[in-house]
Design a protein around this ligand. Structure first.
Ligand SMILES: *Cc1c(COP(=O)(O)O)cnc(C)c1O
Length: 366
């Protein structure tokens, strides 16, 4: 076999580690029932309304989709009260993150800032784009150090990333703090607020800067259909961006990255209030249950505004993770986030949550 040279200098990072799949664990341990609480997916599964809409559109898949999903942009615009010119739909919000890096960060010149223990995509995209990624230390207990982010920025800082609510800690930044941060960043620097879990905060107006979007000229907000809307497998997300920047991204993007069925599904999901509200209800009551049940079996649990909670078990996280796997429960140990003692568990259905707590109690001997 021939060995080809590649730009290996951009590859020296740990590849993204996804959560294990149900099929992998079924096979490995010969289990019939496996529960996955590892990737913050929707506990209710796929909405029947969305499934019907997709089935109805199946005969259209020989056509190309409309580029930049104009129908979905209109629906999102109506839904969140932001003009169409500021909305860009992507193949997951991950695609928007990737586009932002390629458009805004200059290889070898720019730097990008985020805090430690955050979503691996930011660091990975920085590496691939050939730009410095500055990781800002957190305080204890994992507060979001917005003032420290501002201090780390200089005239070459292209973007500052804040995940709010945060993955994996579950903490959320207030809209006041985000506004202050947006105001003090250097002139050419974007504040990118990744709101993948914004649906699960209460009350939303205290956390999302989107309501006052027109007050900012350096704000990008990222949202996704992967979590609260239950469409992780279809890959749809969107960004809210200053219109001029959005225009550049649109011109430079690969056409048709969001497929025709995904667009129809996302439109249906946005209008499926019953499924959305039930999701929020299941997540919020499950979150309360975990906050109560985890300390009872000796775990230190961190308050969460997302659809998961982070906790520290009384035995090594990796051991607990493996013992739970053997019992058919997949959770997410946080070693890849630099939090080797912690585990993140996604909120499931009431029955799944109970089964998880029971199994964890057995594993911990509590
Ligand atoms: C899940 C998640 C996303 C969403 O990614 P998609 O590409 O839209 O599926 C973005 N950011 C964070 C921090 C996440 O946890």
């Amino acid at each position: 076999m021939r060995e080809f040279s590649v730009r290996s200098e951009i590859l020296d990072f740990d590849p993204y580690t996804p959560g294990l799949t149900i099929e992998q664990i079924r096979e490995r341990y010969g289990l019939a029932n496996v529960i996955k609480l590892a990737s913050n997916e929707n506990p209710l599964g796929a909405s029947p309304v969305v499934q019907k809409v997709m089935a109805k559109n199946l005969d259209r898949i020989f056509r190309y989709p409309e580029n930049n999903t104009p129908k979905l942009v209109t629906e999102i615009s109506k839904h969140i009260g932001v003009p169409r010119e500021s909305i860009l739909v992507g193949n997951g919000s991950d695609e928007i993150i990737d586009m932002l890096f390629r458009m805004k960060a200059r290889p070898g010149v720019s730097n990008v800032i985020g805090y430690e223990h955050s979503f691996a995509m930011y660091r990975m995209c920085a590496k691939l784009a050939g730009v410095e990624y500055r990781e800002v230390k957190r305080g204890d207990p994992f507060e979001l150090p917005l003032d420290k982010l501002a201090k780390a920025a200089d005239e070459n800082t292209a973007m500052v990333f804040v995940t709010s609510p945060d993955n994996p800690t579950g903490q959320a930044a207030s809209v006041e703090d985000l506004s202050v941060l947006a105001g003090v960043l250097p002139k050419d620097c974007l504040l990118v607020v990744d709101e993948a879990y914004i649906d699960f905060v209460w009350p939303p107006e205290s956390y999302t800067p989107v309501q006052a979007y027109d007050k900012f000229d350096n704000l990008v907000v990222l949202r996704t259909f992967s979590k609260a809307y239950g469409l992780a497998g279809l890959r749809v997300g969107y960004g809210i961006l200053p219109p001029k920047l959005l225009g550049y991204l649109k011109n430079a993007r690969i056409p048709f990255t969001v497929n025709l069925l995904a667009e129809e599904a996302a439109i249906a999901a946005l209008n499926d209030d019953a499924f959305y509200n039930e999701t929020l209800q299941v997540v919020m009551s499950g979150r309360e249950y975990f906050m109560e049940a985890l300390p009872k079996i000796g775990c230190k649990v961190y308050p969460s505004q997302a659809n998961f909670v982070m906790f520290e078990p009384t035995k090594p996280a990796q051991t607990v993770f493996k013992s739970l796997l053997k019992k058919g429960i997949i959770v997410r140990p946080l070693g890849s986030f630099g939090l080797g003692k912690m585990i993140r568990v996604t909120i499931g259905t009431e029955a799944e949550n109970k089964q998880f707590i029971k199994a964890l109690g057995e594993v911990l001997g509590a």
